[in-house]
Ligand binder design. Structure first.
Ligand SMILES: [Zn+2]
Length: 277
């Protein structure tokens, strides 16, 4: 199978045109003519993931996060990113990124997150994408950012938080909540990755809880003061990781390639202690 054929399928799922203007998606390194037999999926293009790719014999690594988001004038092996590019090129491993175009896809990153934290019913985007005509053939509730859905049965915030933690991969960060632990949770909004730009959207949607990542103190504190939805904050990597199994399944169903989802925890934080006082 040529790399160009694999890319054609990925771009059918996640058209690059759906990416934000500031984003950098697509082929980072690799020759469209090269052969691909093994595809590794990971959230982050970091050295440990490249180690795994080389050990397993991957020909292509598909990551959610871009390696080169901003302009560079050198990929010399004197920086972590340059070294990574060198290792991949000299080993014949291609790198492909699908980022904000996978966030807004249907199904996309937040659909997988919603399923992982226990939403079983229909889902709809928090912010519908411009002009999508309902759900696509493979889709759930339409394209757009974030997802809103209902739990099969209401639970307390404490229980929802525990279930979310149980449904996501373990990280040092864990899963934290802001709000009354006994509060009833029925309607849930989720956004994989850094979702603080959707705090107002979550409040306006009238949900019982909003689960996302990368929440800073002031926005979270001000949000909690509104007596609106509770907040649940998970590790950035953990909120996007469930999507990897989704893209893996879709690719493996379409093409005759061996696939694997990396289980390496590449969240930036690796230690966690609670204060003593
Ligand atoms: Zn992310």
């Amino acid at each position: 199978m040529r790399l160009s054929e694999v890319i054609a399928v990925l771009e059918e799922f996640y058209p690059p045109a759906w990416a934000e203007a500031w984003d950098a998606v697509g082929l980072v390194c690799g020759d469209p003519e090269q052969e691909v037999g093994r595809v590794l999926f990971a959230v982050d293009p970091v050295a440990a993931v490249v180690d795994e790719a080389l050990e397993w014999g991957a020909d292509l690594v598909v990551t959610h996060h871009p390696l080169l988001l901003r302009g560079v004038t050198s990929v010399a092996a004197t920086t972590p990113k340059g070294r990574l590019i060198h290792r991949m090129i000299t080993s014949g491993v291609a790198l492909y990124t699908t980022h904000t175009n996978a966030d807004v896809a249907d199904p996309g990153v937040s659909d997988a997150l919603a399923r992982a934290v226990g939403l079983t019913g229909p889902l709809r985007p928090m912010v519908p994408a411009d002009g999508p005509a309902g759900s696509g053939a493979a889709g759930e509730g339409g394209r757009g950012l974030g997802r809103v859905g209902e739990l099969a049965e209401p639970v307390t915030l404490a229980e929802f938080t525990a279930r979310a933690a149980a449904g996501l991969p373990a990280t040092a960060w864990g899963v934290r909540a802001a709000g009354d632990p006994g509060r009833t949770i029925r309607t849930v909004a989720v956004c994989g990755g850094a979702g603080d730009s959707l705090l107002d959207t979550a409040r306006a949607a009238g949900v019982d809880v909003y689960l996302t990542a990368d929440l800073r103190h002031h926005p979270a504190s001000e949000f909690a003061e509104h007596d609106g939805p509770a907040l649940v904050d998970a590790a950035h990597w953990a909120t996007e990781w469930p999507w990897l199994a989704d893209v893996e399944r879709r690719l493996a169903r379409t093409l005759d390639v061996k696939t694997r989802v990396s289980t390496l925890v590449t969240d930036a934080w690796s230690l966690h202690y609670e204060g003593a006082k």
